[in-house]
Every structure is written in structure tokens, then in C-alpha cells.
Design a protein around this ligand. Structure first.
Ligand code: ADP
Ligand code: NI
Length: 214
């Protein structure tokens, strides 16, 4: 499997050439490493974990007009050419089709451990210092305002209220980043999320303090 993993690394690096910094090869590399770390603490198929981590953002629907069918198609074709067994391919595809935070309402009832691991890794890379950097990078990429005190979001808002206050990068913390800690699947994931979550709370305190020139 070693050479298949190496080939997958090369394939993904090439595919993500020129990607926005929050979803580039370095994001994949961090999620791959985090996945391997969590996998050491769980009873799982490590090949499925590694291949899923490497392929999970190969064609992010956000950058492909919302089309969610491209990534599974590209991944299946690539893995078939690598002579990976159908059984492993099906498991990898299941992970990449179900990993998204956005589609969490349609999450499978009894998710396989490999999905739980890679999902935790992807979510851990969305929080903490790296999470903050990725979020501001994405907001900048979209030319969104950083913050608007007139539409201050908080964690108690309804989905409709979020929509109204939408569009600022600070809003994304309340809409997603601060919710991730309690959505972690694995014990190791929960532990890592805790530290990063507190770091974001400190960041927001400091951000408001500096914004208001207190
Ligand atoms: P998922 O694919 O799990 O639904 P996304 O790909 O939407 O998650 O988000 C990945 C990362 O991209 C987020 O953690 C964040 O850093 C950044 N991001 C996505 N949407 C926004 C946004 N509206 N404002 C700022 N950053 C965003
Ligand atoms: Ni990702």
C-alpha cells in the first residue's frame, strides 16, 4: 500500500496546484498527519483512513459550482487505476461523501470509525490558530468584510438570524468554528479540539477589545 499512498500524494499535490490557501495541499497534509495520529488510538483500517484523508478535498464543491459528484468520480477512477480493491474504494468513497460539516443534517446513523477519524482531523484543522488563519484567508479570497458590529453574531442565534448577519468572517466563528468542539467523534479528537477551541475564544476577546479600542 506504501506506493499507492505515495502515488496518491503526488496526484493530490498536482490536482491542488494553485488552490486557495485554506484548501491547498498543506491543508491536506495536516489532515493526513492528524488522521494518522488519531488512527493510532483507534481500531481501524489505516489504508482507508490515509486514502480518505488525502482525497477528501480533491474537488471541493465550493469551488465547483456546488457539484458534489466530481470528487467521488475522480477518486474512484484514480484508485481503480491504482488497482486498489473495490472494497477499499467503496469505504474511501463513503468517507469523502459524508465528511462535510455543511451536510451534517444528512449524516449516516452509524458512521464507520474511518469516517469519524478523518472528519475529526478535518475539523481540528478548521479550529485553533490554523483555523483562524484559514478563515480569514477564505474571507479575504471572497472579499468579505472581517466584521460588522451592527450584525454581531452570537452562539444563541437561529439559522435565520445567522443568514441576516452573514457575510462577515467573524460570523463564520459562530456559524461553524465554535460548534466543532462538541461535534468531535473520537476521544483523541476531543482532547485536541479543547485546546484549539479555547485559543479561539481568547482570540475573539482580544479581537473585540482591539476593535473597540478599549
Ligand atoms: P465543509 O466542507 O466541512 O462543509 P467548508 O469547506 O465550508 O467545510 O469549510 C472549510 C473551511 O473554509 C472553514 O473551516 C473555514 O476556514 C473556511 N470557510 C468556509 N466558509 C467560510 C466563510 N463563509 N467565511 C470564512 N471562512 C470560511
Ligand atoms: Ni478539508
Amino acid at each position: 500500500m506504501k506506493s499507492t499512498i505515495d502515488n496518491t500524494v503526488e496526484f493530490v499535490k498536482e490536482k491542488l496546484e494553485g488552490a486557495e490557501a485554506g484548501h491547498d495541499w498543506f491543508h491536506i497534509e495536516r489532515v493526513w498527519k492528524l488522521s494518522k495520529k488519531i488512527a493510532e488510538t483507534e481500531n481501524c483500517n489505516k489504508d482507508v483512513v490515509e486514502l480518505s484523508a488525502l482525497l477528501h478535498d480533491i474537488a471541493d464543491p465550493k469551488f465547483h459550482n456546488g457539484d458534489e459528484t466530481i470528487a467521488p468520480k475522480i477518486s474512484r477512477e484514480f484508485l481503480t487505476n491504482q488497482n486498489v480493491s473495490d472494497e477499499i474504494i467503496d469505504q474511501v468513497l463513503f468517507v469523502i461523501e459524508n465528511i462535510s460539516f455543511k451536510n451534517r443534517d444528512q449524516a449516516p446513523a452509524d458512521p464507520p470509525i474511518e469516517l469519524q477519524i478523518v472528519q475529526d482531523a478535518d475539523r481540528i484543522d478548521a479550529i485553533g490558530a490554523i483555523g483562524i488563519a484559514r478563515t480569514f484567508n477564505f474571507g479575504g479570497f471572497k472579499n468579505n468584510p472581517m466584521y460588522d458590529p451592527a450584525t454581531q453574531p452570537d452562539l444563541k442565534m437561529s439559522k435565520e438570524q445567522y443568514k441576516k448577519s452573514n457575510g462577515t468572517t467573524i460570523n463564520h466563528f459562530y456559524e461553524k468554528l465554535l460548534l466543532l468542539k462538541s461535534l468531535m467523534n473520537t476521544a483523541h479528537g476531543k482532547k485536541m479540539a479543547e485546546e484549539r477551541h479555547n485559543y479561539m475564544l481568547n482570540f475573539l476577546d482580544q479581537f473585540y477589545k482591539e476593535w473597540n479600542v478599549d
